[in-house]
Design a protein around this ligand. Structure first.
Ligand code: GZL
Length: 350
């Protein structure tokens, strides 16, 4: 709401106001979507918080490395829209923590009402979160978690239980081999991991590792980094195939790396999923992956739900209303196999 010279309250469309600001400050036209200043060009958008009716949110998204990440970004943008009462300033950090720090400091200087962060890795957040706390701006962690000495540095965490996801994969594998009468066979397992030091990589590795530790016949022969990307997944799988003859299980910590691994396996003439073929395990539960589960190429896919935008909006609205919120919220997640995938595949929105 703005006040004109004669003291009258005027409300002008935010688009027009933004256009004036943009042209005045940058000589360029308005944002493509005025409710989301997409600053992936590297400079942080100049928000317009003068419309007090809107809750301004600076969102540092870690990157656009995977199908899952794109779905997570879309979920937040859809929920934190102007129509829903938000002004969203979005930054894509391209998996670089330094860019996330820069974005958070820009949000602080723009005096946003809230800061939302998908932290690319767990370590290193104490200093910049202390700056946000000093500025009196609540921080909400989305998707991935952080390691900090003082958890008052953030208000709430909304995400997934990565340890449970890893353990679910391990428990499925135990049952799979029991059903095949292979509970005592020597089993060689390779793991293509996501971004080293991320809560997703560590949680899934620890959860699966706990199950592997109780199966003395399971040999964890290699864990290598695939950065959660399809390209790196392909490159890594090709290297593992050249180094190891007898791989019984391939664990990919997300679907995009599994897609890359399947490319490398196909090029090597190796099929997965069937009797006498390597078991392929993946995480995320994207529609493309569920189709591969249905085909029997991926044996099991542990869901990691990216659709956290609505819950994020609800929590911010609760905070705006002065309501207490929980320290952590976990998304509901399933385990997809050939037996149940048909129930879910058609409704998949990512
Ligand atoms: C998990 C998320 C991971 C996904 C990947 O919550 O952080 O990052 O599993 C994504 O697809 O890249």
């Amino acid at each position: 709401m703005l006040i004109n010279n004669s003291g009258e309250k005027i409300r002008i469309k935010i688009t027009a106001l933004l256009t004036v600001i943009c042209v005045a400050l940058t000589g360029c036209g308005p944002f493509t979507d005025y409710s989301v200043a997409d600053v992936s060009t590297g400079d942080i958008g100049i928000g317009n918080m003068s419309d007090d009716a809107l809750v301004s949110v600076g969102f540092s998204q870690l990157g656009s490395e995977s199908t899952w990440r794109s779905a997570n970004t879309e979920s937040v943008k859809a929920a934190l829209s102007t129509d829903n009462g938000f002004f969203l300033i979005f930054d894509n950090a391209r998996q670089m923590q330094e860019k996330q720090f820069k974005a958070v400091r820009s949000f602080i200087s723009q005096r946003v009402d809230y800061i939302v962060i998908c932290p690319v890795i767990q370590e290193g957040w104490d200093v910049v979160l202390a700056e946000a706390k000093d500025a009196g701006i609540p921080v909400i962690l989305l998707d991935r978690n952080i390691s900090v000495n003082d958890d008052s540095m953030y208000t709430s965490f909304i995400g997934e239980d990565m340890y449970a996801e890893g353990a679910s994969a391990g428990k499925w594998l135990e049952e799979h081999f029991a059903n095949q009468g292979r509970s005592n066979d020597e089993i060689n397992i390779v793991v293509i991991e996501g971004t080293s030091g991320s809560s997703a990589q560590e949680g899934r590795a620890q959860g699966f590792g706990a199950i592997a530790a109780r199966n003395m016949n399971w040999n964890m022969v290699a864990s290598v980094n695939g950065e959660f990307t399809q390209a790196k997944g392909k490159e890594t799988m090709a290297r593992l195939l050249s180094e190891f003859e007898d791989i019984d299980v391939i664990v990919c910590q997300n679907d995009d790396m599994a897609f890359g691994a399947i490319e490398a396996l196909n090029e090597a003439g190796v099929k997965t999923g069937g009797i006498g073929e390597p078991v392929l395990i993946s995480f995320d539960g994207t529609k493309k992956a569920l189709e591969l589960v249905k085909e029997g190429v991926i044996n099991v896919d542990v869901e990691c739900n990216p659709n956290s935008g609505e819950l994020l909006a609800q929590i911010i609205n609760d905070l705006e209303a002065g309501n207490a919120v929980d320290k952590a919220y976990y998304m509901e997640e399933k385990v997809f196999t050939k037996e149940n995938v048909d129930e879910y595949i058609e409704d998949r929105n990512y």
